[in-house]
Design a binder for this molecule. Structure first.
Ligand SMILES: [Zn+2]
Length: 481
């Protein structure tokens, strides 16, 4: 036993010891169990609305009304984002915040069936499970508030509604504008295909739309008078595809052509391509991004066009906090995973037979993964920016059938039915328990802050690549048919 403790200490020089679990949390967990059907209906409404980034008016209003009805003071529209909100209960220190997302993805409309069946062709869908995300966070906040009242716990609890996670960098503007300035710790989660505390670093990103401007002309009668903006898009794409060979390992570059002209017999005077650059290290992202911008310059020069760049998003990598992760791991192990009914199992087995699916044993959903900190991940999230200014902890809960990739129709299907709802309640209970532990142990919150300070270093200054620009509220314009 002793040697085991020494080993742990060696593996985790920064993280503090676990605090005692908070008292009287059983009624809080039971109240969440008793409210599961209600929250399933909230999640289903948001799933059906499937509102994309910065357009989540109804989804945001629904969560706000849940919180208002439960006695939270709700402030809508923060940091220049009409669909963001801050719901608050209590006063004084510590200030513990729970994050909730609710935006959907374009093009992923899907019914709750185990084969591809869009509800609306080309329509949006909750391929990242944010209908579950926002609902679980709201449920956790309401249960935690009841626990605070019953047990006369001091401190401030906030549920922060954060729009446009999918490419809109909603939280980045909130961090930049000081929404998190007085927050001591942040608790979040994300839908997934396993139950685990997130120790991965995630990838930093910069994203933007390059718009080329040329001269239109009759493509057969007067091509010499035209300058094609789509030629510029193609030239830029050729250059960035060559660039892939000469960037550090682990770099990701992806693009879609968002305006490729309308008719072949007209030289297009407008063309647009939407780029993402990612890497775990923000310094590398900035460097590669500057080379992508150079490709745009070269393409414009060579094709006789001009361009402008709309910077759409930029997020930091997630900085895991081991002190908080250990507390959340204990909460998650206490809550445990989930089991399927015969009907859910049949659904999951059929889903696992669908295309592009990595079959993972269904029993994974019943288990909790051991804690692992610091591995590089492949996803990106604007929770990253939050994690560099406030100690932040995040978990994954098995809302999707094991093996499901995020941003897939399979994720949409499971997120609108009972498998998704069960995972959502695992997350809600785990976050509520973690919150209760943090309110009960100021020393843990202090240790988490000390760990953050050590990890980011004394010279760290938060600065977003988005500069002083306002949230790009129109970045999803035209993405929903
Ligand atoms: Zn997501």
């Amino acid at each position: 036993m002793r040697s085991f403790a020494v080993l742990l200490a060696v593996a985790s020089p920064i993280a503090a010891q676990l605090p005692k679990p908070a008292a009287n949390t059983a009624p809080m967990v039971s109240s969440l169990d008793a409210s599961a059907a209600h929250y399933a209906s909230v999640a289903k409404q948001i799933w059906s609305l499937a509102e994309v980034g910065y357009m989540e008016e109804k989804s945001s209003a629904l969560l706000q009304s849940e919180l208002k009805n439960a006695g939270f003071a709700v402030k809508p529209g923060v940091a220049g984002e009409p669909t963001a909100f801050v719901a608050e209960f209590g006063s004084g220190k510590p200030v513990i915040a729970i994050l909730g997302e609710f935006d959907a993805l374009p093009g992923l409309s899907q019914d709750t069936v185990p084969e591809r069946k869009p509800l609306r062709t080309g329509g949006p869908g909750h391929g990242c499970g944010h209908n579950l995300f926002g609902t679980a966070s709201t449920a956790a906040a309401i249960a935690l508030k009841e626990w605070m009242q019953t047990n006369k716990v001091k401190g401030t609890l906030r549920m922060i509604g954060t729009p446009a996670e999918e490419g809109g960098s909603g939280k980045v503007y909130m961090v930049r504008d000081g929404v998190f300035n007085d927050v001591d710790a942040v608790i979040a989660w994300h839908p997934g295909d396993d139950n685990s505390v997130t120790g991965e670093r995630t990838m930093a990103t910069i994203t933007g739309k390059f718009r080329f401007h040329g001269v239109s002309a009759h493509a057969a009668a007067a091509p010499e008078r035209g300058r094609s903006a789509v030629d510029a898009v193609e030239a830029m794409d050729v250059m960035t595809n060559m660039l892939r060979e000469h960037v550090p390992d682990g770099t990701r570059i992806h693009y879609v052509i968002t305006n490729g002209g309308r008719a072949p017999n007209v030289v297009p005077d407008e063309g647009e391509v939407y780029y993402y650059v990612r890497h775990v290290d923000m310094a590398i992202v900035k460097d590669v991004w500057s080379r992508v911008v150079n490709a745009a310059k070269g393409a414009a020069l060579g094709t006789g066009t001009t361009y402008d760049l709309q910077l759409v998003g930029s997020v930091y990598s997630l900085l895991p906090n081991e002190t908080l992760a250990k507390v959340q791991q204990r909460s998650l192990e206490k809550v445990g995973g989930l089991t399927y009914t015969a009907e859910e199992r049949a659904f999951a087995e059929r889903l696992q037979k669908s295309d592009a699916f990595t079959a993972v044993p269904l029993e994974t959903a019943a288990k909790v993964k051991p804690l692992a900190i610091g591995a590089p991940g492949t996803a990106s999230t604007d929770v990253g920016d939050v994690s560099w200014v406030v100690p932040t902890v995040q978990l994954s809960a098995a809302t999707w059938v094991p093996g499901t990739a995020a941003h897939s129709w399979q994720a949409v299907a499971a997120g609108g039915m009972t498998i998704g709802y069960k995972g959502m309640m695992v997350a809600a209970k785990t976050m509520a328990l973690t919150g209760a532990d943090l309110f009960s142990s100021p020393a843990t919150v202090d240790a988490a802050k000390a760990e953050l300070n050590t990890k980011r270093g004394p010279a760290f200054k938060y600065e977003t690549a988005l500069g002083t620009q306002p949230p790009q509220l129109d970045y999803r314009k035209g993405s929903v048919p």
